[in-house]
Write a protein that binds this ligand. Structure first.
Ligand code: 4NP
Length: 163
């Protein structure tokens, strides 16, 4: 079993939709017995709450129900997960620091990525932009980004692990 964790700041916008979209792609390829996924936030701001209604609305319009309950990234995650995908550079640095502080090691290179490294349409900036203070178009952008990244990251896993 390959375990994949998506991480953003609040765990109510970007990472839960990345998780939901990725799980759907995994199921469509019949790989649900080989790949599992979850999401978490680096902050405690929204622990226990459902995804932001704006991203839930965008997902629902595309046939996907987001049911994740926000939680904070924990030291245990570095033992439970094989891959961690950060939505932006700040999440990436936080993940590295938390892994070192809580587990005594930096989560290995090759298992920690900026998710947009898997976006063939990304420019120089490898960030899934934080939509929280933006309008609905920003949430649509996030959805399209995590859909492209999901396809490519899944291809990457299939090839690397011969699934
Ligand atoms: P997320 O978006 O990291 O994609 O879940 C945010 C959610 C909440 C806040 C910031 C970003 N906040 O400041 O409360």
């Amino acid at each position: 079993m390959i375990n994949v964790l998506f991480v953003c700041l609040g765990n109510i916008c970007r990472s839960p939709v990345a998780e939901g979209v990725f799980r759907d792609l995994v199921e469509k390829r019949g790989l649900q017995n080989a790949i599992r996924c979850d999401s978490a936030g680096t902050s405690s701001y929204h622990i226990g709450t459902l995804p932001d209604r704006r991203i839930s609305q965008i997902a629902r319009q595309r046939g996907l129900e987001l049911t994740h309950c926000a939680r904070k990234l924990s030291g245990d995650d570095f033992y439970q997960f094989d891959y961690i995908l950060a939505m932006d550079e700040s999440n990436f640095e936080d993940i590295r620091n938390v892994s070192y502080r809580s587990s005594g090691f930096y989560f290995p290179e090759g298992q920690l990525y900026l998710y947009r490294e898997f976006d063939q349409l990304a420019g120089e900036v490898l960030t899934v932009p934080d939509p929280y203070y933006e309008d609905i178009a920003a949430f649509e952008d996030v959805y399209e980004i995590v859909e492209r990244c999901g396809q490519n990251f899944l291809d990457f896993l299939v090839e690397k692990h011969q699934l």
